[in-house]
Write a protein that binds this ligand. Sequence first.
Ligand code: SF4
Length: 384
Amino acid sequence: MQNSNESILVHICCSVDSHHFLTELRALYPNARLVGYFYNPNIHPYEEYQLRLLDVARSCAMLGVELIDESYDVTTWLCATEGQEDAPEKGERCGICFSMRLGKSAQKAKELGIAHITTTLLTSPLKPQAELFALGEAIASDSGLCFVALDCRSNGGTQKQQNRAKQDRLYRQNYCGCFYALQSQRERAGKNPSEMFCPIAQSRYLEYPIHQRIATYTRRIELEREKIPYHLYKKQQSFYYPFFTRLTDSKQNLLPCYTLTHSLSLSRQPLRKQKIQICMLHNDIGYTDKQAMFITLSTFNALCHTRYASIAQLLFAPPPLSREIAVRRAIEDIDYGLSLILVVQEFALHQSFTLSHYALLQEETIESLLLLGAQDSHKDSGNF
Ligand code: SF4
């Protein structure tokens, strides 16, 4: 850069990369105006995008860097990468993804009358730096701009980046961004991509990890604004993900039913149908010849102290998880029961059904807040 007072448009991918990159760029060009540009339609799902943006905004505020949030045009990204779904990380799909983000950054710089562009992707030790330098130079020169090719990985740069991320307690994602990378990362870890799961009931959002994380990091910004001391820590938690239940009677009529939380599948294959029959009635519970039980909606209401008028109402507005766990405990008389418990309008002894059910219980690592104020010590953020 010839004139150190000029502006640089910095494409930002995530806070762990941008915090270090912007700090180094600022040290190199102390008089330049840095404009952060968050354009990442490659981040899936949208909640993860929101979370990364939230932490980038916090980092930019700490560093005094202005930030532009570009629209989330995920459809354009999906169309551009069509046919490259199975490409490995650092393969062809990533080349398209980098070009798209850098191309849009160049377009934005021109719109704003900024002559220099760069990207925080250069910081990531997982990205091909030489390829990004070449691509950045080519895209910038095609638009009549200059590319600032900053290497802040060498000479202990990556270690410095890690230290900064730790010191400022930045949000660390554990996959690059897109669904394809997430899927292969989870496959390697023997897990499911739970970030992509979403409950049908709005009241259950906070019972899924990605929504818990957003609540935690949003709360953290509030605590910092109010100058309330806190500690951000990680914990292991098991999460229940119901996918579907299909219950039919002996004439193949579909029956409305609700699956109680923590009901695990009878079979590991999602679409496997099982024949079940109620062989015993005891205390309003229908016991079957498999590890499945039935209760009526009125029994559920009595045990849960609710007044649901229909199964559909229960499906779309279930009670808090803790109340449902209490219902399960009352039925099974054990603390960690995982039997399949179905809530239906009515049933009878010897009645037969065909059932397909699929659900997962998966262990996840999530962040949590410990408030360190005198009155709030040992208390969580209170979101969950
Ligand atoms: S792995 Fe990362 S760089 Fe590659 S396509 Fe996915 S989001 Fe883009």
